[in-house]
Design a protein around this ligand. Structure first.
Ligand code: MSP
Length: 512
């Protein structure tokens, strides 16, 4: 059995999640569900990044200890993931002992290997990014919450691994995706990357994991956070499990945290002698209109322009929210959320193309075959039938390929095109006309056409299951699949004579 390990970033607990965070988690969930549906053994990990200056500051502002603050915030994430139907296999909070122990273990190993030294630092720190930035980065004006810092710290010899990293990226084109992000990183690697400061003195920041070889310091939050990807599947604690899941197949991230994932993380792994993950995929941002309405900017809590996923779920239902976010964004590019584009997809693609197709087939079967799937065996197969079946079989491969390339929007697009083609098939074969005929062979042909349409539609709906898991469960019985099998998918599941579940309009029209 193929093993597939996918991760999301672990989210900072200083803010409640918005659709940018929801997007990554849904994307990972959809890919994980597609994989499970084709028989893969999947491990899907998400969680929370609970240490660091940002979290400590936020807690101080609300007169809470950092731990109390984290304990208050964690349920917001857990509740949202539940509402969004996220089926993750584990949930890590970096304050858990199972993680802390491994961070210390890796730090000690890297220290013992001679890759950590003590030194003096003077420079700029961006609290919002939780990292030191170069003078060049500061001059770009893109960084917020800057502090001038001068202190003694521990450093990781990151630059030692620069040449090896360049070579690795060049030899593994799938390591950083999309290709534009890979080029961006190769561009950064043309300049010396320097060493990475991996500690914070406790007298400035106490909220972190103790450095094992010096109790005056805590671990830098990114060094701690990135290690969640290996601490959870069992690095240093459960070799069998770790062998099974590592290297991860895919780290899904947003483009703003590419450098930490594509430079810090692989060099840390090189030093610790651990293989690198197979793919780091950086998606784009959800944007919002700027306050002055002149252009768009990244959606973020600090800019006050966020869309709350819970509000969307309340108004439109969880399945359409998942559908919209997955279909609207081309992974890798930025996207812009608007109610108009939401309603266009909801009323048009879901209501008309999918909802009406189910309604039409259901009505014809209910009125003419007592609501039971008709027997197709007496009709003769025409070229149109064959084309629909072959296209359905091809669709399975196409969707699988799109998912392998992480192009979820394309997988959905292909499926929706197929569903539209069932409407075209019906218009060409005209079962409603055949059913009015007195000739038995016309009636037999209509039975066949309707059975094939139901089968094609079942296939299309099941391919949407990873995207709309809640709704699909009620849609499949409406086309005659009463006990759906989500662990495999192929043409030819329906059984003649099966009674269809009553039709309920799945996407009632919503006015703007
Ligand atoms: N804690 C770090 C990640 C550590 S992973 C080892 C972090 N957390 S975060 O909460 O600030 O961001 C988490 C993810 O949300 C990032 O991938 C980021 O790109 C994503 N997004 C935050 N705002 C976003 C948008 N407006 N649009 C899309 N994704 C964005 O960074």
């Amino acid at each position: 059995m193929n093993h597939f390990y996918i991760t999301t970033p672990i989210y900072y607990v200083n803010d409640k999640p918005h659709i940018g965070h929801a997007y990554t988690t849904i994307l990972a969930d959809v890919i994980a569900r597609y994989r499970r549906q084709t028989g893969d053994h999947v491990f899907f990990l998400t969680g929370l990044d609970e240490h660091g200056q940002k979290v400590q500051h936020t807690a101080e502002k609300s007169d809470l200890t950092p731990k109390q603050h984290c304990d208050q915030m964690a349920p917001h994430f857990l509740n949202l993931w539940k509402q969004l139907q996220i089926k993750n296999d584990d949930f890590i909070r970096t304050t858990e002992p199972r993680h802390k122990v491994i961070v210390q273990q890796v730090l000690q190993a890297v220290y013992d290997a001679g890759d950590i030294y003590k030194g003096q630092y003077e420079g700029w720190y961006s609290v919002s990014e939780e990292r030191f930035i170069t003078d060049k980065e500061r001059a770009s004006g893109e960084f917020r919450d800057l502090q001038r810092i001068s202190e003694t710290n521990y450093y990781f010899r990151m630059e030692k691994y620069q040449g090896r990293l360049i070579e690795y990226i060049e030899q593994h084109p799938e390591f950083i995706l999309p290709a534009t992000r890979r080029n961006e990183i190769l561009g950064k690697l043309r300049e010396p990357i320097g060493d990475l400061c991996i500690s914070r003195p406790k007298n400035r920041l106490s909220w972190g994991i103790d450095v094992p070889f010096d109790s005056d310091f805590v671990t830098y939050v990114w060094f701690d956070a990135l290690l969640n990807y290996i601490s959870v599947p069992g690095y240093g604690s459960d070799d069998r499990s770790f062998q099974k899941w590592w290297p991860a197949d895919c780290h899904l991230i947003g483009k703003d945290i590419l450098m930490t994932h594509a430079i810090y993380w692989p060099t840390m792994l090189f030093s610790a002698g651990i293989p690198l993950p197979k793919t780091i995929f950086a998606h784009g941002w959800w944007l919002s209109p700027k306050e002055d309405d002149k252009g768009l900017e990244k959606m973020s809590k600090s800019l006050g322009n966020v869309v709350n996923p819970l509000d969307l779920i309340d108004r439109f239902g969880v399945d359409s929210v998942r559908y919209y976010l997955m279909k609207e964004m081309v992974p890798g590019q930025d996207a812009y959320f608007s109610t108009e584009s939401f309603l266009r997809r909801y009323n048009g693609e879901l209501g008309n193309d999918l909802g009406n197709c189910i309604g039409r087939i259901h009505t014809l079967i209910s009125r003419n075959f007592e609501g039971k799937l008709p027997d197709p065996s007496k009709g003769t197969e025409s070229e149109l039938d064959r084309d629909l079946r072959v296209a359905g079989e091809k669709l399975l491969t196409r969707v699988a390929n799109a998912i392998t390339e992480l192009k979820v929007n394309e997988a959905i697009g292909q499926t929706m095109e197929y569903i539209k083609s069932i409407n075209v098939y019906l218009a060409r074969t005209e079962p409603w006309r055949l059913l009015k005929s007195e000739v038995q062979s016309d009636k037999d042909r209509a039975a066949m056409v309707l059975f094939i349409s139901a089968e094609a539609l079942r296939l299309g709906i099941q391919l949407l299951n990873p995207v709309m898991p809640q709704l699909v469960e009620s849609l499949l019985p409406m086309v005659g699949d009463l006990c759906p099998d989500y662990t495999g998918i192929s043409w030819g599941r329906l059984v003649p004579g099966t009674k269809l579940a009553p039709f309920v309009i799945p996407f009632p029209k919503i006015e703007g």
